[in-house]
Ligand binder design. Structure first.
Ligand code: FES
Length: 134
């Protein structure tokens, strides 16, 4: 299995690791087959993702995809962050081995779960958002 240099970099030196106290949105995603779990915390001000942190109990690709996903949504509007796809995550990492593609899906799902939580707290139905990755 061949990992890109970006995957190795983000695994060995992941960005935005940790938790955010009093986060505005928290989401979790897991994969039953491998047992990996990702948790995302969002700080949102004026509709902008001011801060994002993650905790991932998972494989090297799960750590790398979490890390790059936080980079991709930080500073973006909520509407832009919702559009994050696992393909964008893979592209930003210069590719993932086929057997590791599901790790990038976990990153997309964790970000969207955190955004759904944010929407719920605002009294907005996140169902249309959730449908996009069910
Ligand atoms: Fe399952 Fe990577 S092996 S998330």
């Amino acid at each position: 299995m061949q990992y890109s240099q970006k995957v190795i970099e983000h695994f060995t030196n992941p960005h935005n690791v940790g938790e955010i106290e009093n986060a505005d949105g928290v989401g979790e995603a897991g994969n039953d087959k491998c047992g990996d779990i990702m948790k995302m915390y969002l700080k949102i001000e004026n509709n902008i993702i001011k801060d994002v942190k993650f905790k991932t109990f998972g494989c090297a690709s799960a750590i790398a995809t979490s890390s790059i996903a936080t980079d991709l949504i930080k500073g973006k509007s909520v509407e832009d962050a919702v559009k994050l796809t696992n393909k964008a995550v893979i592209d930003a990492l210069d590719g993932l081995p086929a057997i590791k593609v599901h790790c990038s899906v976990l990153a997309e799902e964790a970000v969207k779960a955190a955004l759904a939580d944010y929407y719920k707290r605002q009294g907005i139905d996140p169902a249309p958002l959730l449908e996009s990755f069910e």
